[in-house]
Design a protein around this ligand. Structure first.
Ligand code: SF4
Length: 353
């Protein structure tokens, strides 16, 4: 792998060539950008909603949610006045629900001000806004010269400059590449520059098999000229932790037992899920009662969830009554409550059997 001196030299070369780099990138973006709904007739509100939805989430997943959201809540005033349950219902299935709660609070703060804040530093005072989102929103909506730096941008910069050092994690890599990203931003068109970088990372300079032969900045790229772009950036492999969870399917008459996330819970506040065996201090039920096994990954956890059918007994009923967060929900009320995404799917699957 190449040395840091090599990176410094090639970063300096890239910065010296930044006018022609930007020209090539922007010319490509104007022709090849995808016609995404937040780019057509753009507004501050559309930019903010799309940036929240796109955190940790792919564009194709976001598209139907974005349309539904804009239809129901077309501006900051409408969002500020919406109930929390309406906001959560519109977000249902998109995951990382703290984003929806923060977006709701942010709209209430913006609606209460005579005009929205403009600088990245002012935006970072608002709920749910980190450096990336502040730079994205203010560069696109207010032409603030702030560079966005996320995994996509890190990948492009590491390849362009041929940086071969090993990073502890994505956060360390973002910090390292931010000065180079800032140096490449065009002061007159920061929003277009940032969107072009994001688009390049999403559609051309992808993780596996980057499309170097159709890349507009291939002529500036060290990794391409050495023929090994996929080796960059180098990140320490994540330690994956296995977790096993025992879930319960307990129905009585026309109702299903669900657990409602505590209001202060970080991830699942207000969301319904199938209860865990530990909620009712149950031992793992007999294997004969196993009705489904589901696997999913959340951050560094690989989770295996085993769902067991449980029959209601007087002793169990007593335990349920003692737990304020356990609720019997009629099946016909399920569409009106907000379930976490996987649980909504699992319950639908189970009911179809
Ligand atoms: S030439 Fe290839 S590796 Fe280099 S920036 Fe373009 S797509 Fe990425």
């Amino acid at each position: 792998m190449v040395s840091s001196d090599y990176f410094v030299a090639h970063s300096a070369k890239l910065i010296a060539q930044r006018r022609s780099f930007q020209k090539a990138l922007h010319a490509w973006y104007r022709v090849h950008q995808r016609p995404l709904p937040w780019r057509l007739a753009p507004s501050l509100y559309k930019t903010v909603v799309s940036e929240f939805m796109l955190q940790q989430t792919q564009v194709k997943t976001v598209l139907p949610y974005f349309d539904r959201w804009l239809h129901a809540l077309p501006d900051f005033i409408a969002l500020a006045a919406a109930s929390e349950s309406q906001v959560m219902k519109l977000w249902e299935g998109l995951g990382y629900y703290s984003r929806a709660r923060n977006l709701h609070k942010l709209a209430q703060q913006i609606a209460a001000q005579p005009k929205p804040p403009r600088t990245p530093a002012e935006w970072r005072e608002l709920p749910g806004i980190g450096p990336y989102t502040a730079a994205a929103i203010t560069s696109i909506a207010f032409a603030e010269p702030a560079a966005v730096v996320d995994g996509n941008v890190v990948r492009i910069l590491a390849r362009l400059a041929g940086e071969g050092r090993l990073f502890r994690d994505g956060t360390a890599a973002v910090k390292y590449f931010t000065p180079l990203a800032d140096a490449l931003v065009i002061a007159s068109q920061p929003g277009e520059h940032n969107q072009a970088m994001m688009e390049l990372g999403a559609t051309v300079c992808v993780r596996q098999n980057p499309l170097c032969s159709s890349c507009p900045v291939a002529g500036f790229c060290q990794a391409h000229s050495h023929g090994q772009p996929e080796k960059f950036p180098r990140l320490q492999p994540k330690l994956i932790e296995q977790r096993a969870v025992t879930r319960l399917w307990c129905e009585f008459g026309d109702r299903l037992l669900l657990r409602r996330g505590h209001a202060q819970a970080k991830r699942l506040a207000g969301l319904y899920e199938l209860p865990e065996a530990t909620d009712l201090q149950c031992p793992t039920p007999s294997a004969k009662l196993l009705i489904a096994v589901k696997r999913r990954a959340i951050t560094r956890y690989q989770i295996t969830e085993s769902i067991y059918r449980l029959t209601l007994t007087p002793a169990l009923n007593k335990k349920i009554k003692a737990q304020a967060d356990l609720e019997w929900i009629p099946f016909d009320r399920l569409p009106s409550i907000t379930l976490s995404g996987p649980h909504k799917k699992w319950i639908e699957e189970q009911r179809k059997k």
